[in-house]
Design a binder for this molecule. Structure first.
Ligand SMILES: Cc1cc2nc3c(=O)[nH]c(=O)nc-3n(C[C@H](O)[C@H](O)[C@H](O)COP(=O)(O)OP(=O)(O)OC[C@H]3O[C@@H](n4cnc5c(N)ncnc54)[C@H](O)[C@@H]3O)c2cc1C
Length: 542
């Protein structure tokens, strides 16, 4: 009975971080348990495939998760892959890596050097980076036939951004350090026309180890602890609440994502005492835990980040937009995918990406990213319209908090400070949009929702006023349990001996979409945690 066994390492959450940490713990020979609140995702994770796919995939070994082109429909037809627990992302094997667009951009070395503390600079994470690259395939040309599909948006964007504005065309991961005026093809963590990611690249090797197991449909409610020593997790296992225990020298690693991991700490008596009092009063904290045992820290959940984004709807006579369909794709495209892994369904709709970095008067940097999608959005769905999604990325100054909603049984969420609480961010992003708009008229593209001659002030007002096109969340949650404030440089929760957080929570806002950097952090975290067991990555004693 796995629930009465004891473990050297219990990892909570099977997102990209949790899978990598669990795999490395198992490879080093530790008795490893990975707990996941959700259920199966990719075809290879088993379960009822028909419950997780449209009928055109019947008779294959694919679930909708495997087909990159189906990612966009996740919030309309979720097939049980999201849940109220992880309301901002995937709640399934792979976490959000099973439902995301798969964009896989290596962060520039400057992100580690500028935004991470001692011990986490680029030289410190270099071997972690190399391990990730060795284990996780990626590609900027997804179709087996090596044809790049849906390129009218790419061509128009290239004319605008490269020919018009003078950005340099680069290989975005090979030249990852270049984040000033660069343009390129998006890179995805796919392999052979199917979604890749840690479920394919890491979890499958962990599953071969007799000392590894994953248990799904297990929701951890809190960490059990004896003062500074974690002793196990208290979990809901298909309706029954139970403690799963650690071995005496064991460790718990929370990898539940940047929203859930801070919540689990708070439910375990670690956090802001005002919040802890409410949790205790509601009877949700272990009765064994006295308020004198609380670890008071206002850093838990503080610093929460997500990219503020703006959709710019662009029309052009040469554009042929493409709308992916969950249940009735164009027959030819469905056949090309199912029979040969060719065509538009081999990628998640993004056709071009560009970056720019701006140095402020105070010498600090801020980076911007633009991603071209294959279709229009909401009110702008003509077949000559595409969407440009502009994010502000590394160096933004706004920071939010993870807050617990008492009415909804302490469901965690973001407070109102995440987007644009520091006006500098809106000013900088508006300045970037203004800059690129100066060459828009020559490109043959027309902006439909922001006037091309808008002033910087008009743009700033547009991007900070909530609409279907502005202030939407892109679910790139990070930074809610920062290294040096919430966890130490070994990823150990400050005040605890053997409780760690390794996931988006410990990663600072990056220049690029977060998944790659989170996976590097998980590789680095694994190495550091194994050293605390006295082990190296291959399991030899240090
Ligand atoms: C729709 C969408 C599109 C995205 N697109 C991209 C992209 O293209 N490129 C990119 O780089 N990033 C993208 N992201 C972001 C990226 O997927 C996340 O940053 C990344 O997955 C976070 O990894 P994580 O390990 O921190 O947590 P998560 O992926 O959130 O995984 C956490 C896991 O823990 C489980 N869990 C939570 N609480 C508990 C509990 N109490 N008990 C047990 N299990 C629990 C959850 O069910 C989940 O499986 C996207 C995200 C979304 C939602």
């Amino acid at each position: 009975d796995w629930t009465t066994d004891t473990y050297d390492a219990i990892i909570v959450g099977s997102g990209p971080a949790g899978i990598i940490v669990a795999t490395r713990m198992a490879e080093a020979g530790l008795q490893t348990l990975l707990l996941e609140a959700g259920g199966p995702s990719y075809g290879i994770t088993g379960g009822d495939l028909d419950a997780r796919r449209p009928s055109w995939l019947s008779g294959t070994n694919l679930s909708r998760v495997d087909v990159p082109g189906l990612y966009k429909s996740i919030y309309t037809t979720n097939d049980g892959l999201t849940c109220s627990l992880n309301s901002y992302g995937g709640c399934t094997i792979g976490g959000s890596s099973a439902i995301n667009a798969g964009l896989f951009f290596k962060p520039p070395t400057s992100d580690w050097d500028l935004y991470f503390p001692e011990g986490w600079h680029s030289a410190d994470v270099e071997t972690a980076n190399q391990r990730l690259t060795a284990q996780q395939p990626s590609t900027d040309n997804t179709s087996r036939d090596q044809v790049r599909y849906l390129q009218t948006g790419y061509d128009a964007a290239r004319k605008w951004i490269v020919d018009g504005l003078g950005f340099t065309d680069v290989d975005l991961n090979a030249q990852a350090d270049e984040k000033t005026e660069v343009f390129g093809h998006p890179v995805f963590d796919y392999a052979d026309g199917q979604r890749g990611g840690p479920v394919v690249s890491y979890l499958q090797s962990a599953l071969e180890k007799p000392n590894f197991q994953i248990q799904t449909n297990v929701t951890v409610l809190r960490v059990e602890r004896n003062l500074t020593q974690a002793t196990g997790v208290y979990a809901n296992i298909t309706g029954v609440e139970k403690v799963i225990s650690l071995n005496p020298n064991g460790r718990i690693i929370l990898s539940s994502g940047a929203i859930q991991s801070p919540k689990l700490l708070m439910m375990s008596g670690i956090g802001d005492p005002a919040v802890l009092s409410k949790i205790q009063a509601a009877g949700k904290m272990s009765t064994a835990l006295q308020s004198s045992d609380w670890i008071n820290s206002t850093s838990i959940g503080a610093g929460l980040f997500d990219n503020p984004n703006t959709f710019i709807e662009l029309e052009g006579p040469a554009i042929q937009s493409y709308v992916y369909s969950y249940d009735s794709p164009i027959d030819e495209d469905a056949q090309a995918y199912v029979q040969n892994r060719n065509g538009p369904y081999t990628f998640a709709s993004e056709t071009a990406v560009f970056f720019d970095t701006f140095t402020r008067d105070d010498g600090s940097n801020v980076t911007f990213q633009g991603t071209i999608d294959s279709s229009g959005y909401q009110d702008y769905m003509s077949n000559t319209t595409i969407t440009l999604n502009i994010y502000g990325t590394a160096g933004l100054k706004s920071k939010g908090n993870v807050v617990l909603n008492e009415q909804a049984d302490f469901a965690p969420g973001a407070d109102g400070n995440v987007y644009y609480s520091d006006a500098t961010d809106a000013e900088n992003i508006a300045g970037f949009i203004y800059k690129i708009f100066q060459k828009l008229p020559d490109s043959g593209l027309t902006s439909l929702n922001i006037p091309q001659d808008a002033t910087k002030e008009d743009i700033q007002t547009y991007i900070t006023t909530y609409s279907a096109y502005a202030l939407g969340s892109v679910n790139h949650w990070s930074s809610s349990c920062r290294i040096g404030e919430c966890v130490d440089a070994q990823t150990r929760v400050i005040g605890m001996d053997n409780l760690h957080v390794v996931d988006g929570s410990i990663v600072a806002p990056l220049s690029v979409n977060p998944q790659y950097g989170i996976m590097v952090a998980a590789e680095k975290g694994s190495e550091l945690i194994l050293a605390l067991y006295g082990k190296s990555l291959d399991g030899t004693n240090l």
